[in-house]
Design a protein around this ligand. Structure first.
Ligand code: AMP
Ligand code: GLY
Length: 452
């Protein structure tokens, strides 16, 4: 069997590792992959294919030529650009939602309206700006859109000046984790909306904004496989979005995560399934966008119950690294059951031990970073604190393999050092012992992942 993974981050490395461990021994390709995705796992290796994850034409041609039996989409961009629609139209089997269903992530205004309609608990919000996030194609459309943006901006300012509580401003479109702004006062919120809608700091993605109440509480990530009908919750995780210890500094894609049995009590998980997943999956079906793939709910556990901060139409990064470290069942079987609408027939087995993932990032992340620094100590890290090699894995993300030199940094989040342990603390110690053996110029990581 031939499988193709799309993407190049730590999440994709975790998917590749899971597939290579499958007893069904699939041939695994990854487009484009990273400096670690070709390193052998359990004596088998994947092959990097030099095609960007959003070049749909070349990917479809490759999948046909190589007789790919199943493609698994990692990141959101190809999903929102319709990679699933395109592959399906060509008879190619693919794991992920269609572009229409992926709007649950790609358009926060759509997601908010759908949550309201379906009665899914979420922050109170107002939406300003045009409904459609796609760039205009002709002069008349451009003019109409500019007028809608201007009108939306004025309404947003009027609204914000009547508020005096902290407010969160979100760009409606995809922004690689940089589209959410927590504002302390109305002036800050107005300035943020101006930067998004008028100064276009995120292009069309920010010309429609969702302005919502600020929620407080602990955050949790709950992911489920969804095959259109059946919803199968995975073990949950918690991620750490801010760049610095103590949740200080700007939001990032995620600086670490852990997954542990009992992270959320069973009663709460059941409530999340009933109040969040069931109604939203039903609502997507009603809108003729049945959901197939992995659906990720980012939740705030408020004193008034769980509320949705966002939905993602894909596996989380870095949550996938600790979640899949704990998966004992065959990942390939689970993904195929999802695509084939057989989720009601599977049961996933999990390692009861917790897993902790610490992200090592480049200096300057989440802003621009310099690439090309040698990464040292990966082999020493593998022997950290004993344990079997199954209990520690260094996932590559922003890395590139340079012949004769080895892996070098190539991006903001460089590595995701992930360990299993008998307790959260033991997993944490094992992960940090490995981190301390790895070095590259400007390496930055949080010291408090899974500590609080
Ligand atoms: P999102 O991409 O929508 O999950 O937002 C990224 C991060 O911003 C979340 O993980 C939260 O930490 C924070 N955030 C988003 N929405 C809110 C909200 N309504 N209240 C408080 N924090 C929020
Ligand atoms: N870790 C957050 C995300 O994948 O969106």
């Amino acid at each position: 069997m031939n499988v193709l993974v799309l993407g190049s981050g730590g999440r994709e490395h975790a998917l590749v590792r899971g597939l290579l461990r499958s007893p069904r021994r699939p041939r695994v390709f990854v487009a484009p992959g990273n400096g670690g995705t070709q390193i052998p796992v359990a004596g088998r290796s994947a092959l990097n294919v030099d095609i960007p994850a959003d070049d749909l034409d070349r990917l479809a041609a490759f999948a046909r030529a190589q007789r790919i039996d199943l493609t698994i989409v990692g990141p959101e961009e190809p999903l929102c650009r319709g990679v699933v629609d395109r592959f399906s139209a060509e008879g190619l089997r693919i794991f992920g939602p269609t572009a229409a269903a992926a709007r649950i992530e790609g358009n926060k205004a759509f997601a908010k309206r759908l949550m309201r309609e379906a009665g899914v608990p979420t922050a109170e919000a107002r939406i300003f700006g045009p409904d459609d996030l796609t760039p205009p194609t002709d002069a008349r459309e451009r003019e109409r859109r500019a007028a809608a943006v201007q009108r939306g901006f004025e309404l947003a300012c009027d609204y914000l000046l009547t508020r005096d509580e902290p407010i969160v401003v979100k760009a409606a479109g995809l922004a690689k984790g940089k589209g959410v702004f927590v504002c302390d006062d109305p002036a800050h919120a107005v300035r943020t909306v101006e930067r998004l809608m008028i100064e276009n700091i995120l292009g069309e993605a920010g010309q429609t904004v969702v302005v919502e109440e600020r929620l407080t509480g602990r955050e949790a990530s709950v992911l489920a496989l969804v095959d259109g009908r059946t919803i199968y919750l995975l073990e949950c995780a918690r991620d750490y979005k801010r760049i610095n210890d103590g949740d200080e500094g700007p939001n990032t894609g995620g600086m670490g995560a852990y997954s542990a049995a009992g992270l959320l009590p069973d009663g709460l998980l059941h409530q999340i399934e009933e109040q969040v997943f069931v109604p939203i999956v039903d609502a997507l079906s009603l809108h003729e966008s049945p959901y197939c793939g992995v659906l990720y709910a980012g939740l705030m556990l408020t004193p008034g119950g769980p509320k949705v901060l966002e939905f993602n139409a894909r596996f989380g990064d870095p949550e996938t690294q600790p979640i899949l470290m704990r998966l004992r069942s065959d990942l390939l079987d689970a993904l195929e059951a999802t695509v084939d609408g057989r989720l009601d027939q599977i049961t996933l087995e999990w390692d009861p031990r917790p897993a902790v993932c610490v992200v090592m990032a480049s200096r300057g992340y989440p802003d621009a970073v310099q690439d090309g620094f040698d990464i040292r100590g990966l082999e020493e890290a593998a022997g950290a604190e004993g344990g079997s090699p199954d209990d520690l894995f260094v996932f590559h993300a922003g890395t590139k393999h340079v012949a004769g030199r080895g892996p070098v940094t190539s991006g903001g989040r460089v590595l995701g050092v992930t360990a299993l342990g008998d307790s959260i603390d033991a997993a944490r110690r094992r992960a940090y012992a490995a981190v301390s053996r790895i070095s590259f110029d400007g390496a930055h990581y949080r010291g408090d992942i899974a500590a609080t």
